[in-house]
Each structure stands twice: as structure tokens, then as C-alpha cells.
Ligand binder design. Structure first.
Ligand SMILES: [Zn+2]
Ligand SMILES: [Zn+2]
Length: 304
């Protein structure tokens, strides 16, 4: 994230912050000093104005290294960027890969796409808000965070960290996902929201309870606190993990399509390794063929 932040700082954030700060000083601080009418009459504006004036005058808050400035910069850039990517990617997956005849299926909910968009946009706001402290920790805790500049490690590790991450992430997501199903409190308060739709569309890629969506995204960031990861690889993984959420919900014959139809099976994220080891794997082809001829799947009932 420091790559991203450095780019934003040098291109336009330095001048934007300077402009905001000058304007705060010129308007709010001057008005307070001159006992401007609006500040003497309105308790609410006065109570907001004084802290804002203090912030404007505190040089340490406006430095590039300030956690206050970094938090605002990251949230106000990553959140709109995530929304900016969500809309076209979901639309593209919907028109390109989603089987639109499924919209006539009796289990396709009324106004489902509108509801999926609304759920996803809300989740993106809160998930980005909760992820900002993690980005701050990555940037400011060089002793703990093992992010390094791409190209400074040997070439074989640059390649190896990708399968290592997939194994790490799949292990975490599989067991977390099973926990969200097994524990009725977690299921009812959070994960049930994702299973409102039996036939999800790519617009439901972030249709999660924000806290659950955030917890499920933690492996992407946790890896760099456990094993070394290069900055570019983390960026690619971050984009790929997000893209994967759309692919999982595009109605193709795949493991996650089965999971939305039968909650006992296929909890994995990128691969079926842990489902096979944990006895929760069902071949999507067999499951969906049985369903298409009107015979519910009669194989293993899973472990839940
Ligand atoms: Zn689930
Ligand atoms: Zn899903």
C-alpha cells in the first residue's frame, strides 16, 4: 500500500491537503478568532469548528507520515476505487458469463439484482473502513510486516509465494467458512445474509455482512505478517482475490454454485483441497446434473 500511497501523495494529495488546510485556516480559524456571528450563535458549529481549527493548525497531522493523513488518504482512495471496479466488473461478468435464463428460476428472488447491488455497496463501505487500519499497520510496522520491494528476493521466492499464499488463504477461508456455518450464532447474525440468494449473480460478489466480509478478507493481509511477500505480488493478489469473488458467483458449473444450493458442501475458495480432505466436496457436474433431471443429490451428506 505504501507504493500506492506514495504515488497518490506525489501526484495530487500533497497539494490537495495543503489546499484543504489553508481553506480551513482561512475560513473556520479566522471566523472563530473574529467571533464571527455564526460561531457565537451556533453551539453545534462552534463545537465542530474549534476542533477543526486545531487540526488545521497541527503541522504533524498533515505530514505524509501522519497516521491521520494516511488513514484519510487510504480510505478515500481505496473505497471509491473498489466501487469503481465493482460496477463494471460485475456488469461484465453478468453479461458475459451469467446464465440469464436463471432469472426465471422460481428461486431467483424478486428484485434480487437491485438488492445484491445495495448489499454489496454497503458492505464495500464498511469493509474498506475496517481494512484501513490494516493498511496503516502494514505501512507503519516494518518490524512485523514482511512486505518487501518486488525484485529484492530471489526469483524462485517471487514465484513460490503465489502457491504458498493460495494454500494459506484456502486453509483459512475453508475453516472460517465452515465455522460460519457450524456456529448458529455466526450463521444467523452474519453468514445467512450471503445465503439469502440461492442463485446468486456476480452483483452479489460482496453481498456479505461487512464484518464477515472483512474477516474473510483477512488472510490476504495476514500472510504478509507471517511470511515475506513482495509489494507487487500483494497488489496482484488483492486484485485477483476480488475478481475471484465475481467469478465464484457467475452461475457456472463450479463448486461455489453448489454451495449456494446445498449449504453442506464446497466451502473452499480457490481450490477443493480442503473440501476433499474434510469430506465436504461434491463434484459440481454430478450435483448439477442430478438437479437438472429433478433428482436431488443423494451422495454424502457432508459433515455439518
Ligand atoms: Zn456459505
Ligand atoms: Zn457465495
Amino acid at each position: 500500500m505504501d507504493l500506492f500511497l506514495n504515488f497518490l501523495d506525489s501526484t495530487f494529495l500533497d497539494s490537495a491537503y495543503e489546499s484543504v488546510r489553508c481553506n480551513l485556516e482561512l475560513t473556520i480559524c479566522s471566523a472563530i478568532q473574529q467571533s464571527n456571528f455564526i460561531f457565537t450563535k451556533s453551539v453545534i458549529i462552534r463545537s465542530l469548528g474549534e476542533p477543526l481549527c486545531k487540526i488545521a493548525k497541527d503541522n504533524s497531522l498533515w505530514d505524509r507520515e501522519s497516521i491521520f493523513r494516511q488513514s484519510i488518504s487510504l480510505f478515500l482512495s481505496v473505497w471509491p476505487l473498489s466501487v469503481f471496479l465493482y460496477i463494471p466488473v460485475a456488469t461484465l461478468c453478468y453479461y458475459w458469463a451469467f446464465d440469464r435464463s436463471l432469472e426465471r428460476h422460481p428461486k431467483f428472488a424478486r428484485n434480487q439484482i437491485k438488492r445484491e447491488i445495495s448489499d454489496s455497496l454497503q458492505a464495500l463501505f464498511y469493509m474498506n473502513l475496517m481494512t484501513t487500519p490494516i493498511f496503516i499497520a502494514q505501512i507503519n510496522s516494518s518490524g512485523y510486516c514482511k512486505l518487501y520491494k518486488f525484485g529484492t528476493a530471489s526469483w524462485w521466492y517471487e514465484v513460490l509465494q503465489i502457491p504458498l499464499f493460495i494454500l494459506f488463504s484456502d486453509t483459512c477461508v475453508y475453516w472460517l467458512h465452515r465455522l460460519f456455518h457450524k456456529n448458529m450464532f455466526l450463521f444467523k447474525t452474519m453468514h445467512k445474509q450471503h445465503h439469502k440468494y440461492v442463485i446468486p449473480t456476480p452483483f452479489g460478489a460482496y453481498s456479505f455482512h461487512p464484518v464477515e466480509g472483512w474477516i474473510m478478507s483477512l488472510p490476504v493481509y495476514a500472510y504478509s505478517f507471517i511470511l515475506p511477500m513482495s509489494d507487487y505480488v500483494q497488489l496482484v493478489i488483492l486484485l485477483y482475490s476480488n475478481l475471484w469473488a465475481f467469478i465464484l458467483h457467475d452461475s457456472r458449473e463450479q463448486a461455489h454454485t453448489v454451495h449456494h444450493k446445498n449449504l453442506n458442501f464446497n466451502f473452499g475458495q480457490f481450490c477443493s483441497l480442503w473440501d476433499r480432505l474434510g469430506g465436504t466436496y461434491v463434484d459440481p457436474e454430478i450435483f448439477l446434473r442430478a438437479e437438472s433431471i429433478g433428482n436431488p443429490f443423494t451422495g454424502s451428506k457432508g459433515l455439518l
